[in-house]
Structures are given as structure tokens and as C-alpha cells.
Design a protein. Structure first.
Length: 419
């Protein structure tokens, strides 16, 4: 076993040193149009195509950094019999399916990891189960390939998310077990679910948490992250040394393409950010609020004249690149398909969907080289030859799940940035 990785992320753009992924499996297909909404999907996915697209993301990342797979990490920790029992009991209690506990415990570690993610079929061995409309005793985790949401590295700790929807709570439970027990990581976790005073109204997800700088967090406040969830993270920031700033950007509750802040705003390099202009640049009714924490106390809470100006007031003067280009029609279409959701593997070194052509054109105009993922995977292109680039992955199926490259990656460690 190699030396455990100590998680550390102090920016959105530092060179990526380790990332957690989850390749979509049968859990993605284990739904119908009738239950897609319950699974938080707007449409059903074609698994072979979705996996082919995802393999482009995975293939590029495997060439540039250390990657981990959720199912492999989970199976590895389930070898420990005590942990196996405690995790199964926790999940079965949480989801009120204690009747399947013994069946799960009878599985070996690999089979158990698979069923905890792909779901456990409902046995038709009683009148009640025979008459049930449910197909699963333990529902599949349809959204787990969006690894960004269930946990997030915040500076030198890992926050386990308190998910807004019960269908995703098991993802957080699994990530909590991985970070607390995997030999690959050495860290402390922040988990609102383990705090006695955290209630049902407290929820926070990784797609809303952006680490702008070692002293600045940007957090979205919308459908998936509540003010109480932000207050929980602010309480944890009081324990950090020095002054911290939290910029809170309120978001609309609809349409569903606005579920997280990273669907309308992502950081690209030291000077540039990707924005959905109607939400980030134009006037609207959604507030931008700055919280300042100093010496363990919130010393100031003020309303700001927009996200970009709030960052500028803290010394981060960013040039916005418009998702979808300059035409509102194109902006709306490309934002809907995660056009603003870029993932940085280093400063100015990005990954995103190939389908959002007007967005890519806007990046090309400011010096970004557009490179196909297949060219990187097949060694036709050496990324070291370019200072700024976007590696594009095909995206006909994956965007139907409601996220992009940032959503599908959970950075564990990045190099610090020199500002």
C-alpha cells in the first residue's frame, strides 16, 4: 500500500493530484420514465452510450492524475467484518429495510459493494411484496456518477454532504465510510449528519461549494443547499486559522438546470471564469451576500452588488466568459446542457462537453485550444504542448442526468496556486 493521500484543495484550478470517480453502471438503467423524476432525472439514459462518453472523461483523467473508483474503494473497506456490519446496519436503518440486513451481510465484499450501489431487488416472497409496485427493496443510486455532490474537499478536510433528497442520502453514507476507513486517505471529516443540532432543513451539496482561493469560499443557496447548510460550513470555517470569506449566491429553485452553483459559474484559470450571464452578470432578484469570519467569529455580513464584484472587492478580478456566447438563445440552450460546468485539471486546463459549440468558440477566441478527448487517450495530442486548453468529451447521454465534467469529479487533492 502506498502512502495515504492527505486531502487538500485550496482552489478550483490547482493542478489535480487525485480525484474520485464512479463509472456509471446498471444503476443508471434501473429506472423507467415513470420513476425518472423520483430518481432526480428529467429523462432516462442509454447506459452503453453514457458509459462510452464517461470513459472519455475517465480515460483523460487517468493520463493526467491519480484516479479512484467509488465501487473499488467501497469493496476494499467492506473486507473489514466489523465495518461491514456497521455500514449495512446504518444503511438498512436509514432506509427502513432492516429485513434485508442478513441477506446483505451474507454477500462477499465485492458483491455487497455492487448491491449497495446498483440496488437490491425486492423478493416476491410474501403477499405484501408480491402486490408491491416497487422493484427494489434498496433502490439503485442512479446519481452516484456525479461524485461531486456527496462529499467535497474543503481546504484540509473533507465535508460529507447532507443531501437535499433522500434518494441520495446513501451516497453520503458511503463516502463517509470511505474517507473514514480507506487506507488510501488520511483525513478528518466534517459531517452535518453527525451533529446533534442539525435538522431536516439543513442540507448542502458539493455542486454548490466552490473553493475560489485559500481564503474565499463561494456557495450557492438554492434547491440543493439551504442557508442552514451554509451556516454549518461557516461554523467549521470558524475553526480555521486566519480570515475567511464566504460569498453566498442565491439561485432560482427552477428550472432544474440551476440546481447547483456550478451549473451557472465555474472558475477556469487565475483571471477567467465561465458564467451564465443572465444569472451572474445581469440584474436580478437573487442576492449575493458576503460573510467574513475572523478569529473564530462572523464579523460581518453584507449584501454585495453581484458575484463578480464581490470577488473583485476581495482582490479576485475575473474576466467572465459567457456560456453559450453572446446570444441569449444559445446561452439558454447550452446552459441547459451543462455548458457552464467546466472542470479544471490545472489553471487554464479544462474539461467540458463537446456539444456546447458556442461556449467552446468563446473560449477559443481567448486562446484556449479545443482538443478531443479521444486525441488525448490515443496519444495523438500531448497536453503539455499547450498552456490553455479544453478537452472535450462527447455528451449526448450524460447531460440527460443533469450535470457536466465538474459534477462527475470529486477532487481529493490539488497543488496550491501561487496568486
Amino acid at each position: 500500500m502506498s502512502t495515504p493521500i492527505i486531502p487538500r484543495v485550496t482552489s478550483e484550478i490547482g493542478d489535480l493530484e487525485a480525484v474520485i470517480l464512479h463509472t456509471p453502471g446498471p444503476e443508471v438503467e434501473n429506472m423507467t420514465p415513470g420513476n425518472a423524476e423520483r430518481a432526480l432525472y428529467s429523462d432516462i439514459l442509454n447506459l452503453p452510450v453514457a458509459r462510452e462518453e464517461y470513459n472519455q472523461l475517465k480515460g483523460v483523467l487517468e493520463k493526467v492524475t491519480k484516479t479512484f473508483q467509488v465501487k473499488e474503494l467501497l469493496a476494499e473497506i467492506l473486507i473489514d467484518p466489523e465495518l461491514k456490519v456497521s455500514l449495512v446496519e446504518r444503511i438498512c436503518t436509514q432506509e427502513k429495510v432492516l429485513n434485508i440486513k442478513e441477506d446483505l451481510l451474507a454477500l462477499n465484499h465485492k458483491e455487497l459493494a455492487t448491491q449497495l450501489i446498483e440496488g437490491v431487488a425486492l423478493k416476491r416472497d410474501s403477499l405484501t411484496t408480491y402486490l408491491s409496485d416497487e422493484r427494489y427493496a434498496l433502490r439503485p443510486l442512479h446519481n452516484f456518477f456525479f461524485t461531486r455532490d456527496a462529499s467535497v474537499t474543503v481546504y484540509n478536510e473533507v465535508m460529507i454532504s447532507k443531501m437535499a433528497n433522500k434518494v441520495r442520502e446513501r451516497e453520503s453514507i458511503i463516502m463517509d465510510a470511505i474517507f473514514n476507513h480507506s487506507p488510501h486517505f488520511k483525513t478528518s471529516t466534517l459531517n452535518p449528519m453527525n451533529t446533534w443540532h442539525v435538522g431536516e432543513e439543513t442540507f448542502i451539496e458539493g455542486g454548490d461549494v466552490l473553493i475560489a482561493r485559500d481564503d474565499i469560499l463561494i456557495i450557492g443557496n438554492g434547491a440543493r443547499t439551504s442557508s442552514q447548510g451554509i451556516d454549518f460550513l461557516a461554523e467549521q470555517m470558524k475553526k480555521q486559522k486566519g480570515r475567511k470569506h464566504i460569498i453566498v449566491q442565491q439561485l432560482p429553485r427552477s428550472p432544474e438546470s440551476f440546481i447547483h452553483l456550478d451549473m451557472v459559474f465555474t472558475l477556469l484559470d487565475r483571471e477567467t471564469c465561465m458564467v451564465y450571464e443572465p444569472m451572474i452578470k445581469h440584474e436580478h432578484t437573487y442576492a449575493t451576500i458576503l460573510m467574513t469570519i475572523d478569529n473564530g467569529k462572523v464579523t460581518k455580513i453584507t449584501r454585495q452588488p453581484g458575484l463578480l464584484k464581490a470577488l473583485g472587492n476581495l482582490g479576485m478580478n475575473l474576466k467572465p466568459v459567457p456560456c453559450g456566447g453572446t446570444e441569449l438563445w444559445h446561452q439558454e440552450r447550452e446552459q441547459w446542457h451543462s455548458g457552464a460546468n467546466f472542470f479544471a485539471i490545472g489553471p487554464g486546463k479544462l474539461m467540458g462537453y463537446a456539444r456546447n459549440g458556442h461556449t467552446l468558440e468563446a473560449l477559443s477566441k481567448i486562446g484556449y485550444k479545443i482538443i478531443k478527448a479521444s486525441e488525448v487517450i490515443n496519444n495523438a495530442v500531448n497536453l503539455d504542448d499547450y498552456e490553455k486548453y479544453v478537452v472535450t468529451i462527447e455528451g449526448s447521454e450524460l447531460p440527460r442526468g443533469g450535470g457536466g465534467a465538474r459534477c462527475m469529479t470529486m477532487p481529493v487533492r490539488r497543488k496550491n496556486i501561487k496568486w
